[in-house]
Design a protein around this ligand. Structure first.
Ligand code: RP5
Length: 168
């Protein structure tokens, strides 16, 4: 799934493996809702390093305004992408089987000073999309308005009084 595929993508949504897609699809879902054109690719800092390098080096020239990179385990995708481009990079640590994503979180967040990655929570794909949309909204009035409406609707969906789920 890709948001607004007919338009030039503004956000790149990358994942280290196809197995990350069930989590990362939430990025594209929220971007679609907010009308932010995006593109999705599988690439790995370790398994497809040439693909990663080419993508990062071409990103700015292709007009991308943000790149979201999700990876699990030794999660180096976001950091490697960030090291090759000035486009802001948002990292999504994917929950791993062995360490429940703590390895992914630390690999993504603990960047050396000089090369930042804006790291979301473990499996925080939706917030990554919202963060990218907020970057786009700085210069795009329509996206800003849609983001405002999203927040208003989100608030309206929070009940004032607590209730227990109905018993079957
Ligand atoms: C990482 O290794 C990927 O981002 C994925 O989260 C993890 C496992 O990958 P697969 O073995 O499922 O392809 O590189």
């Amino acid at each position: 799934m890709s948001a607004g595929t007919t338009k030039t993508p503004l956000v790149g949504v990358l994942m280290g493996s196809n197995s990350d897609y069930p989590v990362m699809v939430a990025v594209s879902e929220i971007l679609l809702k907010l009308g932010v054109p995006s593109e999705e690719f599988v690439m790995s800092a370790h398994r497809t390093p040439d693909r990663v390098l080419k993508y990062a080096q071409e990103a700015e020239g292709r007009g991308l305004k943000a790149i979201i990179a999700g990876a699990g385990g030794a999660a180096h995708l976001a950091g490697v992408i960030a090291s090759h481009t000035l486009v802001p990079v948002i990292g999504v640590p994917i929950k791993s089987k062995a360490l429940k994503g703590l390895d992914s979180l630390l690999s993504t967040v603990n960047m050396p000073p000089g090369i930042p990655v804006a790291t979301m929570a473990i499996d925080g794909a939706k917030n990554a999309g919202l963060m990218a949309a907020a970057i786009i909204a700085l210069t795009d009035f329509d996206v800003r308005e849609r983001l405002k409406i999203f927040r208003v609707q989100q608030s309206a969906n929070v009940p004032i009084k607590p209730s227990l789920p109905s018993k079957p």
